[in-house]
Design a protein around this ligand. Structure first.
Ligand code: OOB
Length: 594
């Protein structure tokens, strides 16, 4: 990477070329595959910028975004039409460009479910800058890593959110990260940073640079103004991860828009669809399965839900006529319980308009799945997806038995799915094995991670999902477990190694092994097994102290171990590795006996 400290917008001798950096870390689709995906009509040469432009031209006055917060006057609800969103994206793009942000630049976006999320993301898409999608729960450890690893020039935050001051965190990260030149804050008090509201500019005001001839070399002209191309990396998404640090997932306009189009069709979306964004907007599930972007693709309406609780969501569903939403299993349980309680109390939960409930991110139990239709009065659609690509859906017209007992089948006829044994040999249908996949919207490699890629992809480009699945005679997949070292805490993914590394930093800790333990609500929670150093065994630290230690290192709350168990030594496997299988069995047994 060229010197990230020199501002590319002012120094004409600067050779810093952000797009070249993006490409250097990107594993492209091999030419013969790309040609086939185009020939088959999957990749149609669309970009997110052109998609919004076309929708806004076709139906300018239709509502695109509804945000029940942040508006002025008696009704705080903000409603942006397609024309308004398009105009805002243009103004944001012009403003970002005027601040020296351009094609290939990375910008970490960490926003709650607010309308500005779309203004920013489409503004970035339009200038070919890459959003890096952080989650609201991320803290110093994650954010500083994303900013440093991606060489981010910008970081977009709320001010104070959920009692946490993101401005303070941003100040610290900015002081430590030379590339980070812009911290943009949604809301009234940006502190020492820039209010997001100060960024948008009338594109006409920046016309001279906008219309600069495209043959001007980017290195001479600062940020390049050339139009983003369909094959370009559009953004970096986060992997759930199973390694020490999260990996970044480069998705192209072409591949992601194909997954949107497929999702829209399979989820029965059209211009009458009203999608409620309940999960954090930046996560792949509410973003694209079919999510907010799929809904905008279909010309429908996106309603932002500020809190996932039934108290917030149910009235919004009734008021806005929500037809479709997506939840992780714990929330689906919570919503069903709330709907039942309301009915028992003689109230109407008010979910009449809801047609489809997508549930995914973690395994949805068959018993819970069976309750969806009777309790919520809508069709369940199970979704088994991953930010790396492959998404499986049960079909709306699948028999109820298939809907409640499987996690669906792939979007595309060109999704290649293999179920293999430990030696990568294909297994027959009905046998559980490792899921490998390759296809028109599955990445060929993590961004800038050659070592991980060698382990996470086969030589011929199949992604090793780490999931253990079985394929039924109908081609549906049933998720049976996981081979990757990850805990799925109700859809929130925790990489064991990452948490272990933080525990190991504690002076009393000799060794740590983080495993899942069963939980009736989240499905799994985390249990950290800890071996203390000799000298600390007489007076061991308390569990809460270790948890506090991890939290204070600035890790997202959901990664802090739910439970800590002290042991003298770990059980070992045949070849002397820590047997996490035995640790999982031990904690599960102690939970059932207590
Ligand atoms: C979604 O994406 P990620 O990247 O947060 O997590 C992917 C992993 C999968 O490899 C699998 O281990 C697990 O989450 N998972 C499921 C599941 N859906 C995801 N495990 C069992 N049953 C399911 N239905 O989680 C994601 C991305 C797009 C759509 C939906 C979920």
């Amino acid at each position: 990477m060229s010197d990230p400290t020199s501002p590319g917008d002012t120094d004409v001798t600067d050779q810093h070329d952000p797009m070249a950096e993006v490409l250097a870390g990107f594993a492209p689709y091999p030419a013969e595959f790309a040609a086939r995906y185009r020939a088959d009509g999957h990749w149609r040469g669309e970009t997110f910028g052109s998609m919004l432009r076309e929708r806004a031209a076709a139906h300018p006055d239709r509502i695109a975004i509804v945000d029940p917060t942040g508006g002025a006057g008696d009704d705080p609800t903000r409603r942006w039409t397609y024309a308004e969103l398009d105009r805002r994206a243009d103004r944001m793009a012009a403003g970002l460009r005027a601040r020296g942000i351009g094609r290939g630049d990375r910008v970490v976006v960490q926003l709650p479910n607010v309308a500005e999320f779309f203004e920013v993301v489409f503004g970035l898409f339009r200038i070919g800058a890459l959003p890096v999608f952080a989650l609201p729960a991320h803290r110093y450890t994650e954010i500083s890593y994303f900013c440093a690893f991606t060489g981010a020039v910008g970081y977009v935050i709320p001010g104070v959110e959920g009692g946490f001051d993101h401005r303070e965190l941003a100040s610290r990260v900015r002081a430590e990260t030379p590339s980070l030149r812009h911290v943009l804050v949604v809301g009234d008090d940006a502190g020492e940073h820039t209010p997001l509201a100060d960024v948008p500019l009338d594109p006409a005001d920046t016309a001279p640079s906008d219309t600069a001839p495209s043959d001007t070399a980017p290195s001479d002209a600062g940020p390049s103004n050339t139009e983003p191309q369909p094959g370009d990396v559009a953004f970096l998404q986060l992997s759930g991860g199973s390694t020490g640090v999260p990996k970044l997932i480069p998705r192209t306009h072409d591949d992601y828009i194909y997954s949107l189009r497929g999702s829209v069709e399979l989820c029965g979306q059209d211009e009458h669809s009203v999608y409620l964004v309940v999960l954090p907007a930046a996560h792949n599930f509410p973003l694209s399965s079919p999510g907010s972007l799929g809904t905008l693709y279909a010309g429908g309406r996106v309603v932002l839900c500020p809190q996932p609780s039934p108290e917030t969501a149910f009235p919004l569903i009734g008021r806005e006529g929500v037809t479709i939403t997506g939840l992780v299993p714990p929330l689906a349980l919570l919503w069903m319980d709330a709907a039942e309680r309301r009915r028992a109390a003689g109230e109407d939960p008010g979910l009449e308009t809801l047609e489809v409930l997508l549930v995914g991110g973690a395994k949805f139990s068959e018993e819970a799945a069976r309750r969806v239709r009777p309790v919520l009065g809508c069709t369940l659609q199970q979704v088994f997806g991953m930010a790396e690509g492959l998404v499986n859906y049960t079909r709306l017209d699948d028999p109820e038995e298939v809907i409640v007992t499987t996690q669906g089948r792939p979007i595309s006829p060109d999704d290649e799915v293999r179920v293999v044994d430990d030696e990568d040999r294909d297994l027959p249908d009905g046998t559980t094995g490792h899921l490998l996949t390759r296809g028109p919207y599955t990445i060929r490699g993590y961004w800038n991670a050659p070592e991980h890629n060698a382990a996470s992809f086969t030589a011929d480009g199949f992604y090793r999902t780490g999931d253990l699945v079985r394929r039924t005679a109908t081609g549906h997949l049933v998720v049976e477990g996981r081979a990757k070292d990850q805990i799925n805490r109700g859809g929130e993914k925790v990489a064991a190694e990452e948490v272990e590394n933080h525990l190991l930093a504690h002076p009393a800790v000799h060794d740590a092994a983080v495993v899942s333990m069963p939980d009736p609500y989240l499905g799994e929670r985390t249990c950290a097994y800890v071996v203390l150093r000799e000298e600390h065994r007489a007076q061991p630290p308390k569990s809460v102290e270790l948890k506090r230690f991890v939290r204070q290192r600035g890790l997202a709350d959901f990664k802090v171990p739910d439970r800590v168990e002290f042991v003298d030594a770990f059980p070992a496997t045949g070849i002397g590795k820590v047997s996490k299988k035995d640790l999982r069995a031990a904690i599960a047994a102690s939970l059932t006996s207590s």
